[in-house]
Design a protein around this ligand. Structure first.
Ligand SMILES: *[C@@H]1O[C@H](CO)[C@@H](O)[C@H](O)[C@H]1NC(C)=O
Ligand SMILES: *[C@@H]1O[C@H](CO)[C@@H](O)[C@H](O)[C@H]1NC(C)=O
Ligand SMILES: *[C@@H]1O[C@H](CO)[C@@H](O)[C@H](O)[C@H]1NC(C)=O
Ligand SMILES: *[C@@H]1O[C@H](CO)[C@@H](O)[C@H](O)[C@H]1NC(C)=O
Length: 401
């Protein structure tokens, strides 16, 4: 067992290692109002950057995972094999032996991005990235930036590195960095944004947008706190796909100990932080050729982040019908999503069309869905990204947001 003191040092180092060179300004005050100011966007450092750590105090009933820090890469490969790939494997269930109350204060790295002109919408877009990436997923390159697209239409966006990713705290990867606590952290952030603790921006409505594991967490928020969000956008997540789809994707992904695979970026992290260092694996999991610029795959490999064993075992734990969510909900999925649909989201029928009835029985009639053509799991990295952004913003307008 690592001592808590040593662990704190590891967490601090983890934050320091990830600090990007140069242009990050630590602003511990509240975010400014934003009119006439712009987030860094995808265009690089010439734009002002509104970035800061937010200390989020949160608690949750996490899972007790009866698994030690893996000793070496063989242990991790065997763990993925038995917990995910083996037919009717039981290891994942056997390792989870109960729940335990986890609470703490975690430094969460965030950005608030304002439109260039006046902020014309009182709806704040709250973005939760998926597994294996950090907040850059929403803002990764010119022409592939959800943040830019929203800003050009007058919407402010709030994006952050989930716990254990990017510049945020890297807490214990088995007991702490799990879906239930991350849902609680997202809930706290929404509360602070609504009550003005984070910014003096007046937030009248909050539109939650998730991708993949981030959409799973968005589903968790709409289930447990149905008043947090006025509308929800789940991208990269539908239900009803083949049970084998995530196993196929993870078999290709080649998850292993991040500190060994990429010591320059992850060398200080405990060994239950995993990553993929295989370009072919990342392509299989996230992409669909020839429908992306090869530079985006290169970028995707260079900026790949980690997934903890705690997250791996709780990836789908929270997905349940949000029976009390009555706002509109939209589902956007890549037609050829591998981990969710095993490469075809139109089989046996359009899975995006069927998800509302299964997950959001009380959602309003303004709900809709969209299947991005010729697209894999990582929608924002494909040529189709702008079409998906257009669909999502039409959904917003249609619902008066
Ligand atoms: C990996 O660790 C396991 C468990 O400690 C040990 O049994 C095994 O010999 C190790 N394998 C290698 C290749 O070091
Ligand atoms: C796997 O489990 C399911 C039920 O959980 C069962 O229907 C199926 O027959 C099992 N597969 C095999 C190969 O035993
Ligand atoms: C929905 O709200 C009702 C009334 O507050 C509550 O009893 C019920 O447990 C909630 N359902 C879910 C799925 O949270
Ligand atoms: C949606 O429309 C149907 C049919 O017009 C109606 O019965 C139902 O109550 C509506 N639901 C909501 C949430 O507005």
């Amino acid at each position: 067992m690592r001592s808590p003191a040593l662990f704190a040092i590891a967490a601090l180092t983890a934050r320091a290692f990830a600090a990007s060179p140069g242009n990050i300004k630590h602003d511990w005050g509240r975010y400014p109002r934003g009119s006439g100011q712009l987030c860094e966007g995808s265009q690089g450092p010439q734009r002002p950057v509104f970035s800061r750590y937010i200390d989020v105090t949160a608690s949750a009933e996490n899972y007790i995972i009866n698994f030690p820090e893996p000793a070496n890469e063989t242990v991790v490969t065997e763990f993925v094999l038995e917990a995910s790939l083996q037919i009717n494997g039981t290891l994942a269930k056997e390792l989870v032996t109960g729940t335990q109350h986890i609470s703490g204060t975690y430094a969460i790295y965030s950005q608030l991005c304002f439109p260039k002109g006046p902020t014309t919408s009182s709806t704040l877009q709250f973005l939760i990235h998926g597994g294996g990436y950090a907040r850059e997923y929403w803002n990764n390159a010119p022409g592939y930036s959800y943040v830019d697209f929203a800003a050009e239409r007058g919407y402010p966006t709030f994006l952050y590195d989930r716990l254990g990713c990017g510049l945020s705290d890297h807490a214990d990867p088995l007991t702490v960095v799990q879906s239930p606590l991350e849902v609680a952290i997202a809930h706290e952030l929404v509360q602070q944004l609504r009550n003005g603790a984070i910014s003096n921006l007046v937030v009248e409505k909050v539109f939650g947008v998730g991708h993949s594991f981030g959409s799973q967490q968005l589903n968790g928020i709409t289930s447990a706190y149905p008043k947090d969000l006025d509308a929800a956008e789940l991208t990269g997540l539908v239900v009803g796909g083949p049970a084998s789809s995530s196993a196929v994707a993870f078999a290709a992904f080649n998850l292993n100990i991040a500190a060994i695979l990429d010591p320059a970026r992850f060398g200080t992290l405990p060994s239950a932080y995993l990553t993929s260092n295989s370009e072919a694996g990342i392509q299989t999991f996230f992409f669909r050729a020839q429908n992306f610029d090869p530079a985006l795959l290169t970028l995707s490999v260079a900026t790949a982040q980690t997934l903890t064993i705690g997250e791996f075992l709780t990836l789908t734990a929270g997905i349940s019908p949000a029976a009390n969510f009555t706002g509109p909900v939209d589902f956007t999925i890549g037609e050829h999503d591998m981990p969710v649909c095993q490469g075809n989201c139109l089989l046996p029928t359009n899975l995006a069309a069927g998800t509302k009835a299964l997950l959001y029985p009380a959602a309003s009639n303004g709900s809709s869905y969209y299947v991005a053509p010729d697209t894999g799991h990582e929608i924002n990295y494909h040529y189709s990204a702008t079409g998906a952004y257009e669909h999502i913003h039409k959904f917003l307008k249609k619902n008066g947001l």
